[in-house]
Design a binder for this molecule. Structure first.
Ligand SMILES: [Zn+2]
Length: 216
């Protein structure tokens, strides 16, 4: 009887572990790690070899489970892995100037949510964004830059008249609009977001201080 009870307890513990392992860390704990990582970036105290070892590379060769998806601007000064002090396999990154949403990027994020188990999406805009600035200034947008301008224009229109810095207001408004767009993106992100299976948040990166400010 004791043996049987022990066996059942052991089995229950194994099942619980398996479920927890399959579920992975929650969106909140992933967000907490990104906040801690950004704090390390701000002070320049990066974690040595944080998921940047040969062992980690080997471990990941068999499969990836990045907790967070980052939709960030393509700006060379805002690389998510460095800004959040993360390593191989930690972040699923989609980058495009002005951190806008387009179909291929949206499909990439849907793939990460559906197949890789990512639970957090961060839309990361940044101070003095060139794409937002160009849209704000208007004028001719040659080639495919016109498409970026078309996507960013609603943020310029919506932030018009707000007190404070026009460019920064447009950057923050653009992030908020993209977050709303992702939350409403049917069928995958809208369902997962409204069922609280994933969390979608906005953020602004400060080029001068390295600080990420969260826009929820
Ligand atoms: Zn930018």
């Amino acid at each position: 009887m004791i043996v049987r009870t022990l066996l059942l307890v052991s089995l229950a513990a194994t099942v619980a572990f398996a479920e927890e392992h399959a579920a992975g860390p929650s969106a909140d704990s992933i967000l907490a790690e990104l906040k801690a990582g950004n704090q390390r970036h701000v002070t320049g105290s990066y974690k040595p070899n944080n998921h940047k070892t040969l062992a980690r590379r080997s471990e990941l060769a068999a499969g990836q489970h990045p907790g967070a998806i980052i939709l960030s601007c393509a700006d060379s000064r805002v690389p998510p892995e460095i800004v959040f002090d993360q390593g191989l396999g930690d972040l699923f990154v989609v980058r495009v100037a002005g951190n806008i949403v387009e179909d291929a990027g949206l499909g990439s994020m849907e793939y990460a949510v559906e197949h890789l188990g990512s639970k957090l999406i961060v839309v990361l805009g940044h101070e003095r964004c060139g794409a937002v600035d160009a849209t704000l200034k208007g004028g001719e947008a040659p080639g495919h830059i016109a498409e970026l301008v078309r996507k960013i224009q609603p943020a310029i229109d919506k932030s018009k008249g707000l007190p404070g810095d026009k460019l920064d207001n447009a950057v923050i408004t653009n992030v908020k609009l993209v977050v709303s767009h992702l939350k409403a993106a049917k069928p995958i992100l809208s369902d997962q977001s409204s069922n609280k299976k994933i969390r979608i948040v906005g953020a602004r990166y400060d080029l001068d201080t390295g600080i990420v400010t969260w826009i929820d």
